[in-house]
Design a binder for this molecule. Structure first.
Ligand code: TPP
Ligand code: MG
Length: 344
């Protein structure tokens, strides 16, 4: 039985969720106001609770694999915001020296060995890392975050099957991010592009235990993943979590945009100030507002404490953006370093 998260832990999780939200708002500004992001990009806004709850349960040496929607996973894992922002802007101080950009940032020291923008691409790689972890016999696990779309890819089936056959220490976190609010906690949510009745039917067919969880509730995510990680560490094999989230209205496929106005934590107690276009999502599905309201209702924190936390996060993110913008782009003559083909 997983322990209940204390108010202090939930406040820490809230701070990490706010960090992800504020970093990504700044990325949107850097593109929309300053034209500084090249290419398209994806944000994790609305899914923050899933990453912070899963990553809090990981040990320093565990592996994390993620997707095109990776910013939240990397920040939850502990990548410095300045290093991530610099990477996305293509600066030398980025976590890959500015060579990976938004789709391929890595952080090997934190076990983030690879980020695959190929839908489904991370699953076989994570299964490989889990195999390495199993052979070492040190209780390490690999966690792979992927979208519901990844279950339409053949490579995912092969990875699931091998993980089950070889009892790999692999936690599969499928982030199903377009579920209507009423169906986040339970109930069938069939996909229009998948023949399975429910996504969890797929791993279950391969004898992989699978649970559905409200991805907007960090306590629910924690309660689901804690025993599954313990099981994987004990050699009992892979497990699958379908974390259901409801899509943020600003999450247009290629060019996310701030809807209405920038997020305000005070919306937790002043819902009438929420812009019309965000009102429904904010009330039912914004994981930060849901948690802030719970912390206030339970007396774990007051408004002043929450606002102070947000002020500190905003200052941290402003400093990170400043540092990233001050860093240079890599010089053109170093473009062929770190690639397999020899520089002629
Ligand atoms: C193999 C492959 N096909 C198509 C794409 C283009 N593509 C990028 S993101 C995406 C949607 C993926 O949906 P999902 O896995 O549910 O992730 P979400 O964006 O909803 O988080 C697609 C089709 C891709 N990157 N890789
Ligand atoms: Mg999806």
């Amino acid at each position: 039985m997983a322990e209940t998260l204390t108010g202090d832990v939930l406040l820490e999780l809230l701070a990490r969720m706010l960090l992800i939200r504020r970093v990504e708002e700044q990325l949107i500004h850097l593109r929309e106001d300053a034209g500084l992001l090249r290419g398209h990009y994806h944000v994790y806004i609305g899914q923050e609770a899933t990453a912070v709850a899963v990553c809090r349960r990981l040990a320093a040496h565990d592996y994390v694999f993620t997707t095109h929607r990776n910013h939240g996973h990397l920040l939850a894992r502990g990548v410095e915001p300045a290093a991530l922002i610099a990477e996305i802007l293509g600066r030398t101080t980025g976590c890959n020296g500015g060579r990976g950009g938004t789709l391929h940032p890595v952080a090997p020291a934190l076990g983030v060995l690879h980020t695959s923008a190929i839908v489904g691409g991370a699953l076989p790689l994570a299964a490989g890392a889990a195999l390495a972890a199993k052979r070492r016999g040190t209780g390490m696990v690999a966690v792979v975050f992927f979208g519901d779309g990844a279950l339409e890819e053949g490579a995912s089936y092969e990875a699931l099957n091998l993980a089950a056959l070889w009892r790999l220490p692999l936690l599969l976190v499928c982030e199903n991010n377009s579920v209507p609010p009423a169906l986040r906690r339970a109930g069938q949510y069939p996909s229009s592009t998948h023949a399975a009745r429910e996504l969890v039917d797929v791993p279950r067919a391969l004898q992989i235990p699978a649970v559905v969880v409200d991805g907007a509730d960090p306590r629910a995510v924690d309660a689901a993943v804690a025993p599954l990680l313990a099981r994987a560490r004990a050699g009992e094999g892979p497990a699958f979590v379908e974390a259901r989230n409801s899509r943020w209205p600003g999450s247009y496929p290629l060019w996310p945009t701030i809807v209405g106005e920038e997020f305000d934590l005070a919306w937790a107690w002043e819902p009438r100030r929420v812009p019309e276009a965000l009102a429904e999502w904010s009330a039912s599905s914004d994981p930060i507002l849901l948690l802030a309201r719970d912390l206030l209702a339970s007396g774990a924190a007051g408004r002043d404490r929450l606002l102070a936390l947000d002020t500190a996060v905003r200052a941290q993110v402003a400093a990170a953006v400043h540092a990233a913008l001050a860093a240079p782009a890599p010089p053109a003559e170093r473009a062929l370093e770190g690639v397999f083909a020899p520089a002629e």
